[in-house]
Design a protein. Structure first.
Lengths: 161, 50
């Protein structure tokens, strides 16, 4: 008999079982702290391995850990699912690579603030409320203010042009 | 998730010694507030639509 993932989690047979008892807000805070501290530590490796080397290390360690904990069985999935997983992996690699190249050139806080344009845009694009326009203007002002006089940002953009 | 830019700025300061200008800190604070407000408003309107 095969159980769905939810049933296995409920039965305590999945590694996610223990995590499912932690409040979601706590998990988000741990995730944010882990991602950003990881990024800062990665930058201190840039001199030795470069941004792409740091991305490789980060993703490879994550894959090895997840493989050890979750024991995925690729054979149990259809070709379509495996293709989707591969596309997902490629988009994550592209995202990480461009993000690491960005904060190789500008401060981490400024890079993450710029990165926020994407999710915030998606959140607001689906909205028809006038109040959301206020938040867009506020965020645009913040992004402008955090990147306009940034020396490193100016250097980075002249390097690109 | 809205706290992400602020945590990034703190991690940059603590681990890499990246001191940001007041302007940059103010900009990050604006983005955090706008993002929190936009996602909070989205939750409220979704709950109201049910």
């Amino acid at each position: 008999m095969t159980l769905s993932r939810e049933e296995r989690i409920a039965a305590g047979a999945e590694p996610g079982a223990r995590l499912s008892r932690v409040p979601p807000t706590g998990l988000v805070l741990v995730a944010i702290a882990s991602v950003q501290l990881g990024a800062a530590i990665a930058k201190s490796l840039f001199d030795d391995v470069g941004p792409s080397g740091a991305v490789f290390l980060r993703v490879a360690f994550a894959a090895a850990l997840l493989w050890a904990i979750w024991r995925p069985q690729p054979g149990a999935h259809s070709g379509r699912e495996l293709r989707l997983a591969a596309v997902f992996g490629l988009s994550l690699a592209a995202m990480n690579l461009s993000f690491y190249e960005a904060f190789d050139r500008i401060p981490l806080g400024v890079a993450v603030t710029l990165e926020f344009v994407g999710p915030l845009g998606v959140a607001v694009a689906g909205s028809r409320r006038a109040l959301d326009l206020v938040w867009v203007v506020l965020a645009a002002g913040g992004i402008r203010s955090s990147s306009r006089r940034c020396e490193a940002c100016r250097r980075a953009s002249s390097e690109c042009s | 998730m809205s706290l992400e830019p602020a945590v990034a700025a703190l991690a940059g300061l603590a681990v890499l010694g990246q001191v940001l200008a007041l302007r940059e800190v103010a900009g990050i604070a604006l983005v955090v507030v706008a993002s929190a407000a936009a996602s909070r408003a989205a939750d409220v309107s979704e709950a109201g639509a049910v």
